[in-house]
Design a protein around this ligand. Structure first.
Ligand code: DAH
Length: 397
């Protein structure tokens, strides 16, 4: 992938799109398909036996919802990025992390899998789980696909935000396109032991046996430092967004590209929700990127999951909605504004004699993929009326 494809940029100061532009494609990716070729963003790909990408999926490329001013995914991304900016400063007081948010989602099999040490027969490579452009190329299934190229470029602290693609059944919490935010931090020996009294005693590396606690090449002190740095950062992020009293827990996990690995879960309405995966980067990945004097951590999270929980958004398909009833609820400048997604009250009237108050609400029913019949809507509407009457002790008129 050519470097010119990367658009870097801190996103704290965003350009001034206005709401009307909200749903114009911002990337130039034009997509066309013919019998034996697919053209994505001006680049042509030969189809082969692995090609399973559909025009419908291709039509999602280039919308960059995570960069649309006022889009809930943009608010969440901004809050996470600001948290990272504030937490990690260079000696001059500037943010340490660089943010990359418009990298082409078309990646090689090497980027998405091989560079991350994902075994050749790993289930995550299956044709049935991914959108392959052809046998060498696919739409990235995770933002981790870009880790190695940024390390090769010499970056030590970076965030990648982007759309990712996985073949999946569609329902209220699954959609074949969603958005991830990936963070990577690499540290030198000096950064790890900088304030340590006995710094000279410790190194980053030693040859030991690989155990559940560490890779075969890492010094345990260094791993313990990184684990603490990573967990404090991510638990801090969860409490920063979900409130300081949120209950959270660390669960041991497995990823081919990190060891040890963990998942962070938070308790929301009595259910444990997995928020992210993370771990200590496999040293082999750093070595392949010609980084030999550093160790690092990485994490990846799904923006939709965070936004749905934070804003009480009931259906993942709503993120693609162009309905102003949805989008207008997020039209604020300050991303820390709290929102609970709701239907809107359009009229209220108190009868002067009976003193009874009437509320009028408008609900727009829209199927995420096809037109809805009046009959279908009536069933749902009736259910809402019944529940409202029961729960709020109101009379439906
Ligand atoms: N790429 C993983 C996924 O999509 C998430 C992830 C896990 C990213 C651990 C990381 C990591 O960087 O260290 O499920």
């Amino acid at each position: 992938m050519g470097l010119q494809r990367f658009t870097s940029g801190t996103v704290r100061y965003q350009s001034h799109w206005n709401a009307i532009q909200l749903f114009r494609r911002i990337s130039t990716s034009t997509v066309t398909c013919s019998d034996n070729k697919i053209n994505i963003g001006g680049k042509e790909y030969e189809k082969d036996h692995m090609t399973n990408i559909t025009p419908r999926i291709l039509s999602h490329i280039g919308w960059n919802l995570h960069s649309r001013k006022y889009h809930p995914l943009c608010h969440i991304r901004q809050r996470i990025v600001n948290y990272m900016y504030d937490r990690f400063l260079n000696p001059r007081g500037n943010p340490l992390f660089s943010v990359f948010d418009s990298i082409n989602p078309v990646v090689t099999v090497d980027q998405n899998f091989d560079s991350l040490l994902i075994p050749k027969d790993h289930i995550s490579r299956k044709k049935s789980d991914n959108y392959y452009v052809n046998q060498n190329t696919l739409l990235r299934a995770h933002t981790s696909a870009h880790q190695t190229e940024f390390m090769k470029m010499g970056l030590d602290n970076f965030i990648v935000v982007g759309d990712v693609y996985r073949r999946d059944e569609i329902d209220s919490s699954h959609y074949p396109v969603f958005h991830q935010l990936e963070g990577v931090r690499l540290c030198t020996e000096k950064e790890v032991y900088g304030n340590h009294q006995d710094m000279k005693k410790y190194k980053l590396f030693e040859n030991v046996e690989r155990t559940a606690e560490r890779q075969g090449v890492h010094h345990i002190e260094a791993v313990m430092y990184l684990e603490k740095d990573l967990k404090n950062c991510l638990a801090g992020l969860a409490t920063h967004l979900f409130g300081k009293d949120v209950e959270y827990r660390w669960v041991d996990a497995y990823f081919p590209f990190t060891h040890p690995s963990w998942e962070l879960e938070v308790k929301i309405e009595d259910a444990w929700i997995e928020l992210l995966g993370c771990g200590i980067i496999e040293q082999e990945i750093l070595a392949n990127a010609a980084v030999n004097d550093k160790i690092g951590w990485a994490f990846g999270l799904g923006l939709e999951r965070w936004a749905m929980k934070l804003y009480s958004i009931p259906d993942i398909r709503l993120f693609w909605s162009r309905d102003s009833g949805f989008l207008s609820q997020f039209q604020f400048e300050d991303p820390t504004t709290s929102v609970t997604y709701k239907v809107s009250l359009i009229d209220s009237f108190t009868h002067p004699k009976t003193k009874r108050t009437s509320h009028c609400y408008r609900i727009v029913y829209r199927h995420m993929e096809r037109p809805l019949s009046q009959k279908e809507v009536n069933v749902i509407h009736k259910k809402i009326e019944e529940l409202a009457a029961e729960r709020f002790k109101v009379t439906i008129r």
